[in-house]
Design a protein around this ligand. Structure first.
Ligand SMILES: *Cc1c(COP(=O)(O)O)cnc(C)c1O
Length: 390
């Protein structure tokens, strides 16, 4: 008899069983390019899409199948496809679902490499790519054309932090038969029930919280609909987007602590954000849990947590040179892309160059709050703020 378990419990208790006579907690790392068949008949009868059997390393081994199943479980989805990076997972969606003559809507605050990919699809692949106001909500209905196939959303935008009205976007898209794909990396899948809000495809950069060690690149696409999963899987096979089993193991190893780490990032980030909000040098703190963050009301309605990533906008009296000196003066916060690892990071962004519609004159710096003591991070920020004018 098994009783229903919470996601936290199922992350700790895997269904994997080791070979007879051996018992330990970790999933074994099964490396393989060649997978062996017992006979020609077995080789001929086995389908690469059949998850109850194995055919070739590109399509997975018991290690990656285990990871896929657990990621689908976290999101409350049914299927999962792994890709060699978060960006590869985004590309997989675009190449699986779009063809020449189609139209795709991408939020204007989207993760920049996804925009770069969109521009490439428009320039070289005959796909119409349009960027929409991330706060358009139900208004997206007016943008949908007869050839629109896909709407991307990012919740929230991972630099400027606008939280979209996902249920409104999904309703408007579905009314016109258009699919919605969500970059759900910010919530790690633990603080947003994306499928319950209507999303069709959940994308995760496992590079962030799921791996948690700043040492792995991987992406995932989770779906509930089997026909949609088959399309993604076919593109995965055609593009040859295999992943390494050592990397899959590293993500599996980190999953049991995912919720606990996320909660710790969240608690630390809220403390640091609240402190920054009280500082005269800072004009705005773009943290979805703060009322001044655009779309905060949707965060309150739809999310159960916030993680460690948010941005600050300096008072417009500080030049880029001054805020660069602030970032350079930080000691505990290191300078580097990505997030979701144990170490705090700071990255300045040139918003006017990224978004033609960007209104704020102040400099934006994005912070990833790691797992250090938040009071030490605040002390680090306080010293660096003094260097603004020093
Ligand atoms: C990091 C990130 C990605 C891409 O992940 P990679 O594994 O670095 O390719 C996509 N979307 C968001 C929001 C991200 O933060």
């Amino acid at each position: 008899m098994s009783t229903p378990k919470s996601p936290q419990t199922t992350l700790v208790h895997s269904d994997y069983t080791a070979p007879g006579g051996f018992a330990a907690f970790p999933t074994a790392i099964h490396h393989a390019s060649t997978v062996l068949f017992s006979s020609v008949a077995a080789l001929r009868s086995r389908s690469w899409q059949d998850k109850s059997a194995y055919t070739y390393g590109l399509h997975g081994t018991p290690t990656s199948f285990t990871l896929e199943a657990r990621l689908a479980e976290i999101e409350d989805g049914k299927h999962c496809v792994l890709a060699p990076s978060g960006l590869a997972a985004i590309a997989l969606v675009d190449f699986a679902l779009l063809k020449s003559g189609d139209d795709v809507l991408i939020p204007d605050n989207v993760y920049s490499p996804s925009r770069e990919l969109g521009n490439w699809l428009a320039r070289d692949f005959g796909i119409a790519v349009r960027y929409y106001d991330p706060l358009a909500g139900a208004g997206i209905a007016a943008l949908i054309r007869p050839n629109t196939r896909l709407v991307w959303a990012e919740a929230p935008g991972s630099v400027s932090m606008e939280v979209p009205d996902l249920p409104a976007i999904c309703r408007a898209a579905h009314e016109k038969g258009v699919l919605v794909a969500l970059d759900n990396t910010w919530s790690a899948g633990v603080a947003l029930r994306a499928f319950d809000l209507g999303v069709d495809i959940v994308m995760q950069a496992l590079t962030k919280y799921q791996s948690g060690g700043s040492d792995v690149l991987m992406g995932a696409l989770v779906t509930r609909d089997t026909a949609l999963h088959r399309k993604l899987e076919a593109a995965h096979m055609r593009l040859g987007f295999g992943i390494g089993m050592d990397d899959a193991y590293l993500v599996l190893r980190s999953l049991p602590t995912l919720k606990l780490r996320f909660a710790a990032h969240d608690e630390g980030a809220r403390k640091v954000a609240a402190w920054l909000k009280g500082r005269p040098e800072i004009a705005r703190v773009l943290h979805p849990a703060l009322p001044e963050c655009p779309g905060h009301e949707y965060w309150r309605r739809d999310f159960s947590g916030a993680g460690g990533l948010f941005s600050i906008i300096f008072d417009a009296r500080y030049s880029e040179e001054q805020t660069d000196r602030f970032v350079d003066s930080l000691k505990l916060f290191k300078i580097g892309f990505s997030w979701g690892g144990s170490n705090s990071l700071a990255v300045p962004y040139r918003m006017q160059a990224m978004r033609s519609s960007w209104q704020d004159a102040g400099q934006l710096v994005r912070l990833n709050i790691g797992l250090e003591d938040p009071d030490d991070l605040i002390a680090d920020l306080e010293l660096a703020l003094r260097m603004l004018t020093g």
